[in-house]
Design a protein around this ligand. Structure first.
Ligand code: NDP
Length: 256
C-alpha cells in the first residue's frame, strides 16, 4: 500500500485534520494530501471548509469537509464515524484546532480562560481519546498534536497565560498517551512551532516583529509551507521509531 521506497509516502492512508479550514491546518492538509493521504477536514467555518476541500480536490486529493466543533464531544464521535464511512479507514489524526486570547494575566476573564482551555486542551483530549480508541483497536495509527514554542517558554511580551499553559499541557499529554499506547502500535507526537503568520499570530505588530527577529537565530518568521513537511514526517513511516516527542520548529528561538 505505502511506497516502500519512500518512507514519507502516505498513499492509502487517511488523515483527519482539526482546524483544517485555514491557517496551519489548511497547509498541513495540503501537504498530507500531496504525500498521498486522503484527508478529512474538520472545522466550524463551512464556507472556508468547502473552499479548502474544493482546492484540495482540484489538486487530486481525495478530500471531504465535515462541519465540526471540536469542543463538542458528539461532533468528535461523528467525525470518526463519518471518516470511517467516507474513506473506509482512519490512520492519522492531526490535533491542530487552536485558540488564543492575548491579555495580561490580571485581565484574563473566566470566559477567556475556559475558551482557550476548551479548544486547546479539552478538545485535544476528546479527539485523542475518541480516535485513539479506534487506533488501539486497529493496533495502528498516529496522532500529531500541534503544541507551540509557548508550551516550552514564556515569550515576552506576548502575554497569553492560558495559551501558554494549554500548550505545555498538550506537550505532556502527548508523552502520557505515547507511553500508554505504544505497546498497541500507536504513536503520539507533538509539533511545537514558532511564529508562523496566520490569523492567530500578530506577527506584523512592531513589538513582536522586533522581539522575534532579534532573538530567533534564523532572524525571520516561519511559513506554513516549511512547517507542513514536519507533520508529514511525523505522520509517516519515516518517523516509525519516534513517539512521545515534541518536535520544535521555531527557527531556533527556544534553543538558547
Ligand atoms: P488560525 O487562527 O489561523 O486557525 C485556527 C483553526 O482552528 C481554524 O481552522 C479554526 O477553524 C480551528 N478552530 C478553532 N476553534 C475550533 C473549534 N471549536 N472547533 C473546530 N475548529 C476550531 O490559527 P493557526 O493556523 O495559526 O493555528 C493552528 C494551530 O497551530 C493552533 O493549535 C495554534 O495554537 C498552533 N500554533 C500556531 C502558531 C502560529 O504562529 N500561527 C505558533 C505555534 C502554534 P474554524 O474557524 O473553521 O472553526
Amino acid at each position: 500500500m505505502t511506497d516502500t521506497q519512500n518512507p514519507f509516502a502516505l498513499d492509502g492512508r487517511v488523515a483527519v485534520v482539526t482546524g483544517g479550514t485555514r491557517g496551519l491546518g489548511e497547509g498541513f492538509a495540503k501537504a498530507l494530501g500531496a504525500a498521498g493521504a486522503s484527508v478529512m477536514l474538520l472545522g466550524r467555518d463551512q464556507d472556508r471548509g468547502a473552499t479548502v476541500a474544493e482546492a484540495l480536490t482540484g489538486e487530486g486529493v481525495d478530500t471531504a469537509y465535515l462541519p465540526v466543533d471540536v469542543t463538542h464531544p458528539d461532533d468528535v464521535t461523528r467525525a470518526l464515524d463519518e471518516t470511517l464511512e467516507r474513506f473506509g479507514r482512519c490512520d492519522i489524526l492531526v490535533n491542530n484546532a487552536g485558540a488564543c486570547v492575548h491579555a495580561p494575566a490580571l485581565d484574563v476573564t473566566p470566559e477567556d480562560w475556559r475558551q482557550v482551555m476548551n479548544v486547546n486542551l479539552d478538545a485535544v483530549w476528546t479527539c485523542s481519546q475518541t480516535f485513539g480508541r479506534h487506533f488501539v483497536q486497529e493496533r495502528a495509527g498516529t496522532i500529531i498534536n500541534i503544541g507551540s514554542m509557548s508550551g516550552l517558554i514564556v515569550n515576552r511580551p506576548q502575554w497569553q497565560p492560558a495559551y501558554n499553559a494549554s500548550k505545555a499541557a498538550v506537550h505532556h499529554l502527548t508523552r502520557s498517551l505515547a507511553a500508554e499506547w505504544g505497546e498497541f502500535g500507536v504513536r503520539v507526537n507533538a509539533l511545537a512551532p514558532g511564529y508562523i503568520k496566520t490569523d492567530m499570530s500578530p506577527v506584523d505588530e512592531p513589538r513582536f516583529r522586533q522581539n522575534w527577529i532579534e532573538d530567533a537565530p534564523l532572524r525571520r518568521y516561519g511559513t506554513v509551507e516549511e512547517l507542513a513537511p514536519a507533520v508529514v514526517f511525523l505522520a509517516s513511516d519515516a518517523s516509525s521509531f519516534i513517539t512521545g516527542s515534541v518536535l520544535v520548529a521555531d527557527g531556533g528561538y527556544t534553543a538558547f
